[in-house]
Design a protein around this ligand. Structure first.
Ligand code: PCA
Length: 217
């Protein structure tokens, strides 16, 4: 029998970087087995106009038990388990195709926001227990990562009831932080371990734990 599957999405490099930790993690985890599930990957361009189609195609058959988007949030010191995707594009910088849309809806007439359907508290607990800095985040920004996060939940909600999805933002890799004096970073091995543990925790936790994890700012 074929093993159930998990999809990880990742991004190419952007904003003048040559690396993106999400891509490095995805390449390391492609076809790996985690808690009896086979990991598959989808590499996305950092381009507002070119993410929806590959996602829609990949999600069409509702074949994934879990879908987790990954992306870089340069400057953050922890692995960020995102809670909220908003229906807004407000690009701080041009994307890799030169587009810089401002104040547009991702899905016209779509809901203002979607919540992650991953058990983010349980996932954070699993990471912290493994000695990996992790936090809950209440904003995935208004750039391409937030767009993918929103579209994952939108597409899965439209046709794949029961499929769980969310987004995780990652710190710089050390080689990237070297070019940004003072910026935090996390080694690739630690980032890979974080995503392995996050996936395992999500698969093991149908209903999230009631743990403190809110924010005052
Ligand atoms: N991070 C960007 C887009 C691609 C990525 O890895 C973001 O946070 O929107």
């Amino acid at each position: 029998m074929n093993a159930p599957r998990v999809l990880i999405t990742a991004f190419e490099a952007f904003e003048g970087e040559t690396l993106n930790p999400s891509l490095e993690i995805a390449l390391r985890l492609d076809q790996q087995m985690i808690a009896g599930h086979r990991v598959e990957i989808e590499i996305l361009p950092v381009a507002f106009a070119d993410t929806h189609e590959p996602l829609r195609r990949r999600l069409l058959a509702c074949e994934f038990a879990l879908v987790i988007g990954l992306g870089l949030a340069g400057g953050r010191s922890s692995v960020s388990l995102e809670r909220v995707a908003i229906n807004l594009i407000d690009a701080r910088i041009a994307d890799n195709r030169g587009a810089q849309p401002i104040d547009q809806a991702i899905v016209p007439d779509g809901p203002a926001a979607y919540f992650s359907t991953l058990p983010v508290k349980a996932m954070r607990q699993a990471l912290v227990a493994a000695g990996i800095p992790a936090q809950i985040s209440f904003s995935a920004g208004s750039y391409v990562c937030n767009q993918v996060f929103y579209l994952l939940l939108h597409e899965l909600g439209l046709r794949c009831s029961g499929a769980r999805a969310g987004f995780i933002h990652l710190p710089y890799l050390p080689a990237q932080a070297a070019a940004h004096p003072g910026a935090a970073s996390m080694a690739l091995d630690t980032q890979v371990a974080a995503i392995e543990r996050a996936i395992a925790a999500a698969l093991a936790t149908p209903d999230d734990l009631q743990l403190v994890g809110g924010s005052t700012h």
